[in-house]
Design a protein around this ligand. Structure first.
Ligand SMILES: [Zn+2]
Ligand SMILES: [Zn+2]
Length: 108
C-alpha cells in the first residue's frame, strides 16, 4: 500500500531502518568482519591495527539500496574513522586513492 504522502527520504529511512534490523544485515556484517579480520580498513591503510566496530557502506544505502547487502560495498571501520568518513574530512580519509573516485559517501 503506497502512501503518496511519503517522501522518498521517508521511504528510504523506513527501508534502511528495516535493513539494520534484519537478519540479512546481521549475517552480512559477520561476513564483512571476518573478511576484514575485524580490523579498521582505513587505519590499516595507515599501517595501524585498530579493531573495527562498525560496518560502513561505501556506496551509501540512500544512494543505492541494491548495494545495501553487497559484501563488496561494505567496509569495516572503527568509530573514529567512521566519524571522519561522515564528516568533512572524507576527502582526507580517501586521499591518494585515485581508484576510489567513484566512492560516494553520504551522510546518514
Ligand atoms: Zn580506523
Ligand atoms: Zn558509514
Amino acid at each position: 500500500m503506497y502512501n503518496k504522502n511519503l517522501t522518498d527520504s521517508d521511504e528510504l529511512s523506513r527501508k534502511s531502518k528495516a535493513l539494520y534490523n534484519s537478519k540479512d544485515w546481521e549475517n552480512i556484517k559477520v561476513m564483512a568482519f571476518e573478511r576484514d579480520n575485524h580490523l579498521c580498513q582505513i587505519c590499516l591503510r595507515k599501517s595501524r591495527n585498530t579493531k573495527a566496530n562498525l560496518v560502513h557502506h561505501i556506496i551509501y544505502v540512500k544512494s543505492d539500496y541494491e548495494k545495501a547487502l553487497d559484501l563488496d560495498n561494505l567496509m569495516c571501520v572503527c568509530s573514529a574513522c567512521h566519524n571522519k568518513i561522515h564528516s568533512k574530512d572524507e576527502k582526507e580519509v580517501f586521499a591518494g586513492e585515485e581508484k576510489q573516485k567513484n566512492v560516494r559517501v553520504i551522510k546518514v
